[in-house]
Design a protein around this ligand. Structure first.
Ligand SMILES: [Mg+2]
Length: 308
């Protein structure tokens, strides 16, 4: 673990360094608060031991900056102080330090306190990993690995706001696996799931890198294409449609199961600001309905006249 020691007293720095290096820590040194602050901004340092009294930026001011900064990790801070009054200790901790040691410090106590900090940082790291996993679960559909509906809505709204701000186009594709119920009935749900997974793989491969693709529900998928005019979305959908038609599932008895999809395309109405996402979904849905009604396995673009 990397530990930064900030102290204007070089003999103290050397003493702490010797003790901590011996314990296997990687030590960085700063002769004052400003130098420490510069290092913290340029490198990832999770542990800081800082003196209180330093020229320029003192200990509490340095701690204050660290606490205001948006580092991706927690910084554990021990404040060193020659002061020993109860008020000073409270003040030091209130500045944001996790712990304090009074100078001259007992070396056994120093080692013990650093070990506590290390344990807390370790807990924090494991907590962050667990939260990352939870976020994954909350963001992605477990079967297909595409965004789930909730995450898709959130990200789509962000893209729509950006498109409106920048007056750039944005299109969407609502797609649906044709006769999904029949696939399930005839071949079983495992093959149905396989079809959904294959579809998701083809969508991931066929969409542009910055497009958002999510499972809308059941056998329905929704793709948001920032910057794309209707024609571009149509090309993406058309390519995807052909790709799906040419990608059968191989059953164990050598039988091939072909499946098809229908697509509805709609674009963001640049005049509208309210309920844009709902409207986009509604329009793409109407177009999809049209594709279904006119024979499936095709791409339809929403036109306002078709609304009634
Ligand atoms: Mg000092």
């Amino acid at each position: 673990m990397r530990v930064l020691i900030a102290d204007d007293d070089s003999s103290y720095r050397r003493l702490l360094e010797a003790i901590l290096r011996y314990r296997g820590y990687e030590i960085l040194e700063a002769p004052d608060g400003q130098a420490a602050w510069n290092m913290l901004q340029n490198e990832s340092i999770p542990f800081v031991i800082t003196d209180w009294m330093m020229p320029g930026l003192d200990g509490p001011a340095l701690i204050n900056r660290i606490r205001q900064a948006q580092f991706p990790h927690y910084t554990y801070i021990i404040l060193l102080t020659a002061r020993g009054g109860q008020d000073d200790i409270v003040g030091g901790l209130q500045s944001g330090a996790d712990d304090y040691l009074t100078k001259p410090c007992d070396l056994g106590e120093l080692r013990a306190r650093v070990a506590i900090g290390e344990r807390i940082l370790d807990l924090e790291m494991r907590l962050r990993e667990a939260m990352g996993k939870l976020e994954m679960l909350a963001t992605y559909d477990s079967l297909t690995g595409l965004l789930n509906r909730r995450a898709l809505i959130q990200l789509a709204n962000r893209e729509i706001a950006r498109a409106q701000r920048e007056s750039s186009p944005l299109s969407a594709i609502m797609m649906d696996l044709d006769y999904f119920k029949q696939i399930n009935d005839r071949h079983g749900h495992l093959i149905g799931d396989q079809a959904l997974m294959l579809l998701a793989t083809l969508i991931k491969r066929g969409k542009r890198e910055y497009d958002l693709a999510g499972r809308w529900g059941g056998e329905e998928f929704f793709i948001v294409l920032p910057g794309a005019m209707l024609g571009e979305a149509e090309s993406v959908a058309e390519r995807l449609r052909e790709e799906i038609n040419n990608s059968p599932i191989h059953l164990t008895n050598q039988e091939l199961v072909y499946f098809h999809s229908s697509f509805g395309i709609a674009g963001l109405d640049m005049e509208e600001n309210d309920d844009s996402f709902q409207k986009l979904v509604l329009h793409a849905d109407i177009a999809l309905y049209q594709a279904k009604n006119s024979g499936r396995d095709r791409v339809c673009i929403f036109s306002p006249e078709a609304k009634d």
